[in-house]
Ligand binder design. Sequence first.
Ligand code: SF4
Length: 383
Amino acid sequence: MDTKVIRKNPLNQIDEVLFHLEKKDKRMIVAMAPSVRVSLGEGFGCKIGENTEGKIITAFRELGFDDVFDVDFGADLTVVEEANEFVNRYLSGERLPMFTSCCPAWVKFVETMYPNFINNISTCKSPQQMLAGIVKTFYAEKLGVSPSSLYFVTVMPCIAKKQERLRRGMDAGKCGPDTDAVLTVKEMIEVIKSKNIDFNNLEDGEFDKILGLSSGSGVIFGTTGGVMEASLRTLMDRLQRKDIKEVEYLIVRGLGGIKEGVIKVGQDREIKVAVVSGLNNAKVLLDEIKSGEKYFDFVEVMACPGGCSNGTGMPLYKKSQAESTKIAEMRAKGLYKTDKKKKARKSHKNPAIKKLYKEYLGEIGGERTREILHTKYKRVIIK
Ligand code: SF4
C-alpha cells in the first residue's frame, strides 16, 4: 500500500493513518469501541463473539501506536455524566423522556425527522467523542504538548462514527476534530493484514491504564440495552443513596426491537424505560410518545438492529436480518461474559474515572465537563 501521499478522504482514512504511523510526525494514539473486542478476531478466523482484546492491543502496538486506550473508558465517562443528567431531569420532571445520545445515526434521525424531540436527547457526547476530548485536553496537558501533536484514531463498528467526528463542537482541544481518524473494524483488519502481523500468535497486551481502565458497564455499551443497563447501575445508586448489590437488569437485555420496562425506585417511585434498536422501531416508539399513547422517562435508541455489535463496519456483516441478528447475539454474549469478570461493574466505581474527576474534571456535570464532554444539537433541514 502506497503511504507516501496522504489521501484525505473522511470516509476512508486508512492511507492517512498509515502515513502518520510511518512518518512518526505525531504521537499516535488508538482506542477500540466496546463491540470491537468481540468481533475483530473474526477477520482472522477466531470464533464469533470471542474476546480477543489482548491480541488486538498487541497488534496496535506492532503497528506503531504509542498509546492504546479504550473507548470503554469513554463509555464509563458517558454513563457518569448521563446518569447525573437523567437524575436531574427525573427529579425536576423536565425534558422527559430523556433519549440516549451515543449513536450518531439516531441523533441525526431526530435532528432531521423529529426535530421537536431535540431537547429530549441527552447532551452527553458519545464515548468516542468524550474520550477524544479528554485525549486532546487532559492527556495533552499531562504530556505538556500541544493537542495538535497528538493523532487520535478510533476503531469503530460503523461509518456513522466517521461522520460524528466531524460534527460541530467536537473540538475540545481547539485544533480541529478531536478524533483525527475513524477506521471501521473491517478497515482495521485490512490494515493488520497489510502489515503481515500474525494475529493468532500474538501475546495478550494491556491497555495504557491512564485512559484504558474500564468497568463492566463500559463493556456492555456494545449491545442493545447495554447503555440503559449501565446507566441504571449508576443512577439507581444515586437515587437510592446506596451501593446496590444487584447490577444486572435483565429486563433491558435481549435483541427485541422494542423492550419496555418499569424499574422500581424504593417504595413509591418508578422509572419507565424503553430500549429500541433499528430506526423503524424508533419511529414507531416516537410516534406513540408524540400521540400520548405511551409515556417513558428514559429511552435508549441504537440505529442498528441489535445495537453496535451489528454495525455495518463489522466483519461477517450480513444483509439478512435473521443471520445478522444471530451474529449480533453471539457478540453480545461475549460482552456480557467480559462484564461479569470485571472488578468494577459500575462506571462510577472505575478508579481511573474517579481519579480523572478528582485531578482534572472536578464536579460531575460541572463547568469543565460541560465544556469537554457535552454538546448541542440542531434541526437539520433537508432541501
Ligand atoms: Fe453505529 Fe449502529 Fe452503533 Fe449506531 S448502533 S453507533 S449506527 S454501530
